[in-house]
Design a protein around this ligand. Structure first.
Ligand SMILES: NC(=O)c1ccc[n+]([C@@H]2O[C@H](COP(=O)([O-])OP(=O)(O)OC[C@H]3O[C@@H](n4cnc5c(N)ncnc54)[C@H](O)[C@@H]3O)[C@@H](O)[C@H]2O)c1
Ligand SMILES: [Zn+2]
Length: 393
Protein backbone atom coordinates (compact mmCIF):
# COMPACT_ATOMS: atom_id res chain seq x y z
CA UNK A 1 0.00 0.00 0.00
CA UNK A 2 1.20 3.52 -0.76
CA UNK A 3 -0.28 6.61 0.77
CA UNK A 4 0.94 9.58 -1.22
CA UNK A 5 1.31 12.75 0.80
CA UNK A 6 1.66 16.19 -0.70
CA UNK A 7 2.22 19.25 1.47
CA UNK A 8 2.03 22.87 0.47
CA UNK A 9 3.22 25.32 3.07
CA UNK A 10 2.75 28.93 2.02
CA UNK A 11 5.25 31.54 3.16
CA UNK A 12 4.77 35.25 2.86
CA UNK A 13 6.64 38.22 4.23
CA UNK A 14 6.95 41.92 3.61
CA UNK A 15 10.20 43.68 2.80
CA UNK A 16 9.77 47.27 3.90
CA UNK A 17 12.05 50.13 2.90
CA UNK A 18 12.43 52.94 5.41
CA UNK A 19 14.99 55.20 7.05
CA UNK A 20 15.72 55.61 10.78
CA UNK A 21 13.83 52.48 11.81
CA UNK A 22 14.51 53.02 15.54
CA UNK A 23 13.73 56.74 15.63
CA UNK A 24 10.82 57.71 17.85
CA UNK A 25 7.73 57.86 15.69
CA UNK A 26 8.90 55.20 13.23
CA UNK A 27 6.33 52.43 13.63
CA UNK A 28 7.57 50.09 10.87
CA UNK A 29 8.76 47.42 13.32
CA UNK A 30 5.65 47.75 15.48
CA UNK A 31 3.62 47.03 12.35
CA UNK A 32 5.22 43.66 11.65
CA UNK A 33 5.33 41.98 15.08
CA UNK A 34 2.36 39.90 16.23
CA UNK A 35 0.96 39.51 19.75
CA UNK A 36 -0.43 41.85 22.32
CA UNK A 37 2.21 42.76 23.15
CA UNK A 38 4.66 40.73 21.07
CA UNK A 39 7.60 39.15 22.93
CA UNK A 40 10.78 40.36 21.27
CA UNK A 41 14.53 39.89 21.73
CA UNK A 42 17.09 41.86 19.78
CA UNK A 43 20.40 40.52 18.45
CA UNK A 44 22.79 43.17 17.20
CA UNK A 45 25.90 42.89 15.05
CA UNK A 46 28.97 43.84 17.15
CA UNK A 47 30.62 45.72 14.27
CA UNK A 48 27.45 47.74 13.80
CA UNK A 49 27.33 48.61 17.51
CA UNK A 50 30.98 49.64 17.42
CA UNK A 51 30.14 52.07 14.62
CA UNK A 52 26.91 53.17 16.37
CA UNK A 53 27.51 52.90 20.12
CA UNK A 54 24.15 54.50 20.95
CA UNK A 55 22.14 51.93 18.98
CA UNK A 56 21.28 49.62 21.93
CA UNK A 57 19.98 52.62 23.90
CA UNK A 58 18.00 53.83 20.87
CA UNK A 59 16.38 50.40 20.60
CA UNK A 60 15.52 50.35 24.31
CA UNK A 61 14.00 53.82 23.99
CA UNK A 62 12.05 52.73 20.93
CA UNK A 63 10.71 49.71 22.87
CA UNK A 64 9.75 51.94 25.82
CA UNK A 65 7.80 54.14 23.43
CA UNK A 66 6.05 51.08 21.96
CA UNK A 67 5.22 49.07 25.10
CA UNK A 68 1.68 48.41 24.00
CA UNK A 69 3.01 46.48 20.95
CA UNK A 70 6.43 45.22 22.04
CA UNK A 71 7.53 43.43 25.20
CA UNK A 72 11.34 43.56 25.31
CA UNK A 73 11.92 40.10 26.80
CA UNK A 74 15.69 40.39 27.45
CA UNK A 75 18.46 42.97 27.39
CA UNK A 76 19.62 43.83 23.87
CA UNK A 77 22.20 41.19 22.86
CA UNK A 78 25.38 41.95 20.92
CA UNK A 79 27.21 39.22 18.96
CA UNK A 80 30.49 39.32 17.01
CA UNK A 81 30.06 40.83 13.56
CA UNK A 82 31.38 39.45 10.31
CA UNK A 83 32.31 35.90 9.35
CA UNK A 84 33.56 35.18 12.90
CA UNK A 85 29.99 34.59 14.08
CA UNK A 86 29.44 32.04 11.28
CA UNK A 87 32.67 30.17 11.87
CA UNK A 88 31.65 28.30 15.02
CA UNK A 89 28.49 27.03 16.66
CA UNK A 90 28.54 29.14 19.82
CA UNK A 91 25.67 31.25 18.54
CA UNK A 92 23.35 28.22 18.86
CA UNK A 93 24.01 27.97 22.59
CA UNK A 94 23.88 31.73 23.09
CA UNK A 95 20.40 32.08 21.64
CA UNK A 96 19.35 28.66 22.94
CA UNK A 97 20.29 29.34 26.57
CA UNK A 98 18.63 32.76 26.44
CA UNK A 99 15.49 31.15 25.04
CA UNK A 100 15.41 28.68 27.95
CA UNK A 101 16.19 31.35 30.55
CA UNK A 102 13.41 33.73 29.53
CA UNK A 103 11.03 31.13 28.12
CA UNK A 104 10.83 32.13 24.47
CA UNK A 105 8.06 30.31 22.63
CA UNK A 106 7.57 29.78 18.91
CA UNK A 107 5.45 32.92 18.73
CA UNK A 108 8.27 35.06 20.14
CA UNK A 109 10.31 37.21 17.78
CA UNK A 110 14.04 37.51 17.32
CA UNK A 111 14.86 40.81 15.67
CA UNK A 112 18.29 40.49 14.04
CA UNK A 113 20.04 43.73 13.18
CA UNK A 114 23.27 43.42 11.24
CA UNK A 115 25.27 42.29 8.24
CA UNK A 116 24.75 39.13 6.22
CA UNK A 117 26.92 37.01 8.51
CA UNK A 118 25.01 37.89 11.70
CA UNK A 119 21.67 37.49 9.91
CA UNK A 120 22.74 34.06 8.64
CA UNK A 121 24.08 32.81 11.98
CA UNK A 122 21.44 34.17 14.36
CA UNK A 123 18.70 33.31 11.86
CA UNK A 124 20.05 29.76 11.73
CA UNK A 125 19.98 29.52 15.53
CA UNK A 126 16.45 30.99 15.65
CA UNK A 127 15.25 28.47 13.08
CA UNK A 128 16.36 25.55 15.27
CA UNK A 129 14.84 26.63 18.58
CA UNK A 130 11.45 24.95 19.00
CA UNK A 131 11.87 24.25 15.26
CA UNK A 132 11.68 27.93 14.49
CA UNK A 133 11.13 31.17 16.36
CA UNK A 134 9.86 34.07 14.26
CA UNK A 135 12.74 36.07 12.82
CA UNK A 136 12.59 39.66 11.72
CA UNK A 137 15.62 40.95 9.87
CA UNK A 138 16.99 44.46 9.82
CA UNK A 139 19.91 44.12 7.38
CA UNK A 140 22.54 46.81 7.79
CA UNK A 141 25.04 46.27 4.96
CA UNK A 142 24.77 46.87 1.23
CA UNK A 143 25.05 43.14 0.59
CA UNK A 144 22.51 42.15 3.22
CA UNK A 145 19.93 44.78 2.17
CA UNK A 146 20.23 43.99 -1.52
CA UNK A 147 20.67 40.23 -1.33
CA UNK A 148 21.15 37.97 1.67
CA UNK A 149 18.80 39.65 4.15
CA UNK A 150 15.75 39.56 1.91
CA UNK A 151 16.07 35.87 1.00
CA UNK A 152 15.10 32.59 2.62
CA UNK A 153 18.43 31.04 3.60
CA UNK A 154 20.37 30.88 6.87
CA UNK A 155 23.49 29.01 7.80
CA UNK A 156 26.94 28.76 9.35
CA UNK A 157 30.32 27.59 8.04
CA UNK A 158 31.75 24.23 9.11
CA UNK A 159 34.51 21.82 8.04
CA UNK A 160 36.10 24.50 5.87
CA UNK A 161 32.96 24.94 3.80
CA UNK A 162 30.67 27.92 3.52
CA UNK A 163 27.13 27.46 4.82
CA UNK A 164 27.73 23.75 5.40
CA UNK A 165 25.07 23.70 8.13
CA UNK A 166 22.05 25.66 7.05
CA UNK A 167 18.31 25.82 6.59
CA UNK A 168 15.68 27.46 4.48
CA UNK A 169 13.86 29.67 6.96
CA UNK A 170 11.93 32.61 5.51
CA UNK A 171 11.71 35.63 7.81
CA UNK A 172 8.43 37.08 9.11
CA UNK A 173 9.49 40.48 7.77
CA UNK A 174 12.53 42.39 6.56
CA UNK A 175 13.11 46.08 7.21
CA UNK A 176 15.71 47.79 5.03
CA UNK A 177 16.87 51.05 6.58
CA UNK A 178 19.14 52.80 4.07
CA UNK A 179 20.46 55.21 6.69
CA UNK A 180 22.16 52.26 8.42
CA UNK A 181 24.56 52.08 5.48
CA UNK A 182 26.16 55.43 6.29
CA UNK A 183 28.43 53.96 8.98
CA UNK A 184 29.79 51.09 6.89
CA UNK A 185 33.54 50.79 6.47
CA UNK A 186 34.57 51.56 2.94
CA UNK A 187 35.21 47.94 1.97
CA UNK A 188 31.76 46.85 3.19
CA UNK A 189 30.10 49.75 1.38
CA UNK A 190 31.82 48.73 -1.85
CA UNK A 191 31.90 44.95 -1.73
CA UNK A 192 28.11 44.54 -1.49
CA UNK A 193 27.78 46.19 -4.91
CA UNK A 194 29.16 42.96 -6.39
CA UNK A 195 25.85 41.17 -5.72
CA UNK A 196 23.99 43.96 -7.51
CA UNK A 197 26.21 43.40 -10.58
CA UNK A 198 25.55 39.68 -10.25
CA UNK A 199 21.78 39.95 -10.30
CA UNK A 200 21.88 42.61 -13.03
CA UNK A 201 24.08 40.41 -15.23
CA UNK A 202 21.73 37.47 -15.04
CA UNK A 203 18.38 39.29 -14.95
CA UNK A 204 18.30 42.94 -15.88
CA UNK A 205 20.40 44.65 -18.51
CA UNK A 206 18.91 48.08 -17.74
CA UNK A 207 20.00 47.70 -14.14
CA UNK A 208 23.50 46.95 -15.40
CA UNK A 209 23.42 50.24 -17.31
CA UNK A 210 22.20 52.04 -14.19
CA UNK A 211 25.06 50.53 -12.20
CA UNK A 212 27.54 51.66 -14.80
CA UNK A 213 26.09 55.20 -14.83
CA UNK A 214 25.97 55.38 -11.02
CA UNK A 215 29.46 53.94 -10.48
CA UNK A 216 31.17 57.23 -9.69
CA UNK A 217 28.41 58.32 -7.29
CA UNK A 218 28.51 54.92 -5.62
CA UNK A 219 32.27 55.16 -5.18
CA UNK A 220 31.77 58.62 -3.66
CA UNK A 221 29.33 57.16 -1.09
CA UNK A 222 26.22 58.85 -2.42
CA UNK A 223 23.46 57.39 -0.22
CA UNK A 224 20.60 58.13 -2.63
CA UNK A 225 22.44 56.36 -5.45
CA UNK A 226 23.18 53.41 -3.17
CA UNK A 227 19.61 53.21 -1.92
CA UNK A 228 18.36 53.03 -5.51
CA UNK A 229 20.83 50.24 -6.31
CA UNK A 230 20.17 48.27 -3.13
CA UNK A 231 16.38 48.48 -3.51
CA UNK A 232 16.46 47.34 -7.13
CA UNK A 233 18.82 44.47 -6.28
CA UNK A 234 16.53 43.44 -3.41
CA UNK A 235 13.45 43.47 -5.64
CA UNK A 236 15.21 41.39 -8.31
CA UNK A 237 16.28 38.82 -5.72
CA UNK A 238 12.75 38.72 -4.26
CA UNK A 239 11.22 38.33 -7.68
CA UNK A 240 13.48 35.41 -8.47
CA UNK A 241 12.81 33.66 -5.15
CA UNK A 242 9.03 34.10 -5.49
CA UNK A 243 8.68 33.34 -9.19
CA UNK A 244 11.73 31.25 -10.06
CA UNK A 245 9.84 28.08 -9.17
CA UNK A 246 12.43 26.70 -6.75
CA UNK A 247 12.57 28.91 -3.67
CA UNK A 248 14.11 26.15 -1.56
CA UNK A 249 16.57 25.08 -4.25
CA UNK A 250 15.48 21.48 -4.54
CA UNK A 251 16.77 21.26 -8.12
CA UNK A 252 20.38 21.53 -9.20
CA UNK A 253 20.28 25.10 -10.50
CA UNK A 254 20.90 28.25 -8.55
CA UNK A 255 20.93 31.29 -10.86
CA UNK A 256 21.40 33.73 -7.99
CA UNK A 257 24.75 32.10 -7.35
CA UNK A 258 26.31 33.20 -10.63
CA UNK A 259 30.05 33.61 -10.02
CA UNK A 260 29.80 31.92 -6.61
CA UNK A 261 31.55 28.59 -7.18
CA UNK A 262 34.93 30.31 -7.17
CA UNK A 263 33.85 33.02 -4.71
CA UNK A 264 33.04 30.56 -1.93
CA UNK A 265 36.31 28.76 -2.59
CA UNK A 266 38.31 32.02 -2.53
CA UNK A 267 36.71 32.98 0.78
CA UNK A 268 37.84 29.75 2.46
CA UNK A 269 41.23 29.71 0.67
CA UNK A 270 41.99 33.16 2.05
CA UNK A 271 40.66 32.23 5.49
CA UNK A 272 37.98 34.88 4.93
CA UNK A 273 40.49 37.67 4.36
CA UNK A 274 38.42 38.18 1.22
CA UNK A 275 34.86 39.07 2.18
CA UNK A 276 31.93 37.43 0.43
CA UNK A 277 31.22 40.46 -1.74
CA UNK A 278 34.89 40.92 -2.64
CA UNK A 279 35.14 37.27 -3.64
CA UNK A 280 31.90 37.47 -5.64
CA UNK A 281 33.30 40.41 -7.64
CA UNK A 282 36.26 38.25 -8.69
CA UNK A 283 34.01 35.24 -9.30
CA UNK A 284 31.81 37.30 -11.61
CA UNK A 285 34.80 38.56 -13.60
CA UNK A 286 36.09 35.00 -13.91
CA UNK A 287 32.82 33.43 -15.06
CA UNK A 288 32.02 36.32 -17.37
CA UNK A 289 35.31 35.63 -19.13
CA UNK A 290 34.18 32.02 -19.54
CA UNK A 291 30.91 33.34 -21.00
CA UNK A 292 32.95 35.31 -23.55
CA UNK A 293 34.95 32.23 -24.50
CA UNK A 294 31.71 30.30 -24.91
CA UNK A 295 30.43 32.95 -27.32
CA UNK A 296 27.66 34.04 -24.94
CA UNK A 297 28.92 37.55 -24.21
CA UNK A 298 31.15 39.79 -26.34
CA UNK A 299 34.65 40.67 -25.18
CA UNK A 300 33.65 44.37 -25.40
CA UNK A 301 30.85 43.69 -22.91
CA UNK A 302 33.32 41.89 -20.65
CA UNK A 303 35.57 44.95 -20.62
CA UNK A 304 32.64 47.36 -20.07
CA UNK A 305 31.27 45.37 -17.13
CA UNK A 306 34.68 44.98 -15.50
CA UNK A 307 35.41 48.68 -16.01
CA UNK A 308 32.11 49.60 -14.34
CA UNK A 309 32.83 47.28 -11.40
CA UNK A 310 36.26 48.84 -10.97
CA UNK A 311 34.80 52.37 -11.15
CA UNK A 312 32.62 51.36 -8.19
CA UNK A 313 35.81 50.46 -6.33
CA UNK A 314 35.61 46.67 -6.69
CA UNK A 315 38.91 44.85 -7.12
CA UNK A 316 38.97 42.01 -9.61
CA UNK A 317 42.10 40.18 -8.60
CA UNK A 318 43.48 38.36 -5.58
CA UNK A 319 46.74 36.42 -5.55
CA UNK A 320 44.91 33.33 -4.22
CA UNK A 321 43.45 32.98 -7.71
CA UNK A 322 46.86 31.95 -9.05
CA UNK A 323 47.65 29.54 -6.24
CA UNK A 324 48.38 25.97 -7.33
CA UNK A 325 48.47 22.66 -5.53
CA UNK A 326 51.38 20.19 -5.64
CA UNK A 327 50.19 18.88 -8.97
CA UNK A 328 50.24 22.34 -10.50
CA UNK A 329 46.44 22.57 -10.54
CA UNK A 330 44.76 25.85 -9.69
CA UNK A 331 43.50 25.51 -6.12
CA UNK A 332 40.37 27.49 -6.88
CA UNK A 333 39.17 24.64 -9.09
CA UNK A 334 38.28 22.60 -6.00
CA UNK A 335 35.37 25.02 -5.69
CA UNK A 336 33.56 23.35 -8.59
CA UNK A 337 32.94 19.92 -6.98
CA UNK A 338 32.19 21.63 -3.65
CA UNK A 339 29.58 23.79 -5.35
CA UNK A 340 28.05 20.74 -7.03
CA UNK A 341 27.89 18.82 -3.76
CA UNK A 342 26.27 21.71 -1.94
CA UNK A 343 23.42 21.73 -4.46
CA UNK A 344 23.30 18.04 -5.21
CA UNK A 345 22.84 16.42 -8.61
CA UNK A 346 24.62 17.46 -11.75
CA UNK A 347 27.00 20.44 -11.77
CA UNK A 348 24.83 23.39 -12.76
CA UNK A 349 26.19 26.88 -13.20
CA UNK A 350 24.26 29.94 -14.27
CA UNK A 351 26.05 31.60 -17.17
CA UNK A 352 25.02 34.88 -18.81
CA UNK A 353 23.70 34.46 -22.32
CA UNK A 354 23.84 38.05 -23.46
CA UNK A 355 23.87 40.67 -20.74
CA UNK A 356 20.88 40.46 -18.40
CA UNK A 357 19.94 36.92 -19.43
CA UNK A 358 21.17 33.54 -18.31
CA UNK A 359 21.00 29.83 -19.01
CA UNK A 360 22.59 26.90 -17.22
CA UNK A 361 25.77 25.10 -18.18
CA UNK A 362 26.86 21.74 -16.78
CA UNK A 363 30.54 21.77 -17.50
CA UNK A 364 33.28 24.33 -17.04
CA UNK A 365 36.50 23.04 -18.62
CA UNK A 366 39.60 23.48 -16.49
CA UNK A 367 41.59 25.09 -19.27
CA UNK A 368 38.88 27.75 -19.62
CA UNK A 369 39.32 28.61 -15.95
CA UNK A 370 43.10 28.71 -16.55
CA UNK A 371 42.61 31.22 -19.37
CA UNK A 372 40.19 33.27 -17.29
CA UNK A 373 42.69 33.49 -14.43
CA UNK A 374 45.40 34.50 -16.89
CA UNK A 375 43.16 37.19 -18.37
CA UNK A 376 42.38 38.61 -14.91
CA UNK A 377 46.08 38.48 -14.00
CA UNK A 378 46.97 40.44 -17.14
CA UNK A 379 44.22 42.96 -16.47
CA UNK A 380 45.43 43.47 -12.92
CA UNK A 381 48.97 44.01 -14.18
CA UNK A 382 50.21 40.67 -12.84
CA UNK A 383 52.47 38.81 -15.22
CA UNK A 384 51.76 35.20 -16.05
CA UNK A 385 55.25 34.69 -14.57
CA UNK A 386 53.80 35.32 -11.13
CA UNK A 387 51.25 32.62 -11.79
CA UNK A 388 54.17 30.34 -12.69
CA UNK A 389 56.02 31.19 -9.50
CA UNK A 390 53.03 30.16 -7.44
CA UNK A 391 52.73 27.01 -9.60
CA UNK A 392 56.23 25.98 -8.55
CA UNK A 393 55.60 26.80 -4.89
N1 LIG B 1 21.70 33.79 3.24
C1 LIG B 1 21.96 34.14 2.01
O1 LIG B 1 21.16 33.93 1.09
C2 LIG B 1 23.25 34.84 1.69
C3 LIG B 1 23.45 35.45 0.44
C4 LIG B 1 24.62 36.15 0.20
C5 LIG B 1 25.59 36.25 1.20
N2 LIG B 1 25.37 35.64 2.40
C6 LIG B 1 26.37 35.72 3.47
O2 LIG B 1 26.45 37.06 3.95
C7 LIG B 1 27.74 37.26 4.54
C8 LIG B 1 28.33 38.56 4.09
O3 LIG B 1 27.50 39.59 4.53
P1 LIG B 1 27.97 41.13 4.52
O4 LIG B 1 28.58 41.47 3.24
O5 LIG B 1 26.81 41.87 5.03
O6 LIG B 1 29.17 41.14 5.52
P2 LIG B 1 29.29 40.96 7.11
O7 LIG B 1 28.04 40.46 7.70
O8 LIG B 1 30.51 40.17 7.31
O9 LIG B 1 29.49 42.46 7.61
C9 LIG B 1 30.63 43.18 7.25
C10 LIG B 1 31.16 44.02 8.41
O10 LIG B 1 30.32 45.15 8.59
C11 LIG B 1 29.97 45.29 9.98
N3 LIG B 1 28.69 46.01 9.95
C12 LIG B 1 27.46 45.55 9.67
N4 LIG B 1 26.60 46.56 9.52
C13 LIG B 1 27.29 47.71 9.73
C14 LIG B 1 26.96 49.09 9.69
N5 LIG B 1 25.74 49.50 9.32
N6 LIG B 1 27.92 50.00 9.98
C15 LIG B 1 29.17 49.60 10.29
N7 LIG B 1 29.57 48.30 10.30
C16 LIG B 1 28.63 47.37 10.02
C17 LIG B 1 29.99 43.89 10.49
O11 LIG B 1 30.22 43.83 11.88
C18 LIG B 1 31.17 43.29 9.73
O12 LIG B 1 32.37 43.58 10.38
C19 LIG B 1 28.59 36.05 4.14
O13 LIG B 1 28.70 35.18 5.21
C20 LIG B 1 27.77 35.41 3.02
O14 LIG B 1 27.99 34.03 2.92
C21 LIG B 1 24.22 34.95 2.66
ZN1 LIG C 1 26.42 35.89 -2.61
Amino acid sequence: MTSHQELRVPFSYDVIFTRHVFASGNDTLAGVVEGSPARVVFFLDGGLVEARPTLPAEIRAWCDANVSTVDLAAPVQVVPGGEEVKNDLRILDKLGSLAVEIGLCRHSHVVIVGGGAVLDAVGFAASLIHRGIRQIRVPTTVLAQGDSGVGVKNGVNRFGQKNFFGVFAPPRAVINDAEMLTTLASRDWTSGIAEAFKVALIKDREFLELLSESAVRLAARDLDAMEQVVNRAALLHLDHIAKGGDAFETGSGRPLDFGHWSAHRLETMTDYALSHGEAVAIGIALDLFAAVEMGRVTSEDWVCVLDAMERCGLELWHDALARRDRNGRLEVLAGLPQFREHLGGELTLAMPNGLGRTSDIHELPEELVERAVEALARRAGRSSGEAHISRIA
